[in-house]
Design a protein around this ligand. Sequence first.
Ligand SMILES: Nc1ncnc2c1ncn2[C@@H]1O[C@H](COP(=O)(O)OP(=O)(O)OP(=O)(O)O)[C@@H](O)[C@H]1O
Length: 700
Amino acid sequence: MRSLGSSEACWRLFGFNISERHPAVYAMRVHLQGEEMIYYEEGQQRQAAQQDHTTELTGFLSYNKAHPDTAVKYCDFPEIFTWHKPTKKWVPRRGSFNTIGRVLTIHPLAGEVYYLRMLLNHDQSKGAGCHEVLKRVHGHCHDTFKGACEALGLLQSDNEWHTILTDAALTQMCPQIKELFVTLLLFNKPSDPAALFDQHYMEWWDDLKQNMPTPPDDKLLRAMVLLDIERRLQNHSKELPDFYLPTIPHDMRQRVREQDDDYKHAHLPMVIQEELAYDITSLQSIVADRLNGNHALLPSQRAVYDAVMDAVQRKIPLAIFLDARGGTGKTYTLNALLAATRTLDNHKNISLAVASSGIVATLLLGSRTFHSRFKVPIQITESTTFQITKQSAVADLIDRAKLIVWDEAPMGHRHLLEALDRTLRDITSQDLPFGGKVMVLAGDFRQVLPVIKRGSRAQIVDASLKRSKLWSHFTLFNLTENMRVLQSGDDKELKEFDAWLLQLGNGHIDYIRDDTMVLPPHMCMTIDDTSRNSLNRSIMMAVSWVFPDLHDRKNDYEWIAQRAILAPKNSAVDTINEHISSTFPETLTMCRSADSTIDEDDATRFPTEYLNTINTAGMPPHCLALKKGMPLLLPMNLNPKEGLCNGTRLIVKEIVHGCLLKACQLQMVTREDGKCSFHGSHCSQLTMHSLSFGNVVSFQ
Ligand SMILES: Nc1ncnc2c1ncn2[C@@H]1O[C@H](COP(=O)(O)OP(=O)(O)OP(=O)(O)O)[C@@H](O)[C@H]1O
């Protein structure tokens, strides 16, 4: 020890403690039955064997046996009990010493004892009176601790996926099961997808058999199921080999094409087929309604429509920016454009729609996120290029597209626009802005600008599209009439809110300080003095202000879809969730992740219980406590095509085996009178098991 200064030197001279451990950590032994560690001097084996071998673990088991009401986990025992060494017994703690227990770390290669340790850290150890009881899960006594861990969903294994697929075969239609399998592949990384496929594919072909003129043989049906899975994976830019699934031999593909009408024209890449598969009648009726129907485009909307249609039909380059704040009919106009252009050229015209966020992508006809459509890398810089090769199917699709629509474009970094320009010039081999395509960008610069991590105002402004050298190529169109307010009739509150929002966006609100402003009183909640100083009470008040009588109104989707609580930190979200969940009388289901290190050697440095405690931004918590009827918000783009993306609202309907969630999706629909309302659509299935960082569904 070196004393660095006079104060440190004095401290040392006076003999004060130079280290302290708080709280005290009690190391707890773990061993299999009858495998307690015994220490003895050489030649003392006999005496040692006759001694009392009680350890903390056997003491814990005996205590539970004698006191069946003790429901405390092994690892939590030292917080309430103290280990009396002379008698080798746990006795209730008298003082309020702050001690925590840590079960000694075991390497995964140690076998059963490693899994025993896992169970001792789990609720399973509560009240366990012997080793065997730990193996009993849901009434079934497993042969091994590993089996018990698997049954509890604590291990990365495919067993639960087998169970889910078996259950699905009994209750669901084939296309739903195949979609579920694709979700498993994409987000849960089963360890042996080929084995899962081989075991279950026979239950997935009923829908394919129906269209066949003659009964197909098993080999052909297997190829057809694989082809179906391949098409579904391609929607997510994935292929069968990405998941070690068998590929389909060329002659089998040929046989499928000859047999099945659906696959006859399958010579075009899937991404192109998808863009040619719109229901033309419904597109035509959208166009008819928006040109001449009861809800015809306003003159300002029509001006955009006419300019774009003219450019597409005459095949001349055009770049438009549609500046429109929320509710002015941007999506309405863009959908009219997409519908009209897709019916051109004998319905063979391709128009691509992309949006900066998943939730906006669900509102535009046939839209994808900008990132997924153009394969944008995660890090974007000035020289970024999209991961699209000139020979790829996506390049072919982009080359065929006559119109590209990008909604909520101001959220995108100018580097994205510039990279898109380079990509389009390269794919079309035309040295014109955006390769000579008709580009329609839409959005509102008053809303969210590109997110620059810890960026200053100047850096954010510099990242905006307006700072791009390409901005000068855009012609500006404006939509100013707020249709949402207009449709509401004489809703004074909505009108006032719209006016206030506009003032805010234009920077005309009075700020108290740099970034602090006073909200209008009707937007604020009043809080009484007693609640002001108590975080929990104020959270409870906020919850009942936003969601009064939630449980009684849990089926009122319109009402639920109109409210949300935003919180800056995961910890606050957890507190709010806990409070809301406690208002539901239904049984609580705990859905836990199975966390493990990628490298087994790291397992001793980062034990499972430590991984379970990690709760950072972008990562779901280890434990999701769900109840039937609870509203949820999905925080990631899971399957935008099915409407499951960051921001989708769901209502819990059922939790199967603690790892599959069946939830009703709240979707916005435009009614006959042109107004929008929410309704609960089909039941979505989401898997909820995190097998490694980042591939999980979570709810907040
Ligand atoms: N010309 C129109 N005739 C009738 N209804 C319209 C018209 N234009 C827009 N609407 C309706 O106004 C509402 C708002 O339109 P839309 O959702 O397209 O606005 P937006 O600008 O995309 O809003 P946001 O940015 O908030 O998504 C919708 O219900 C839409 O059906």
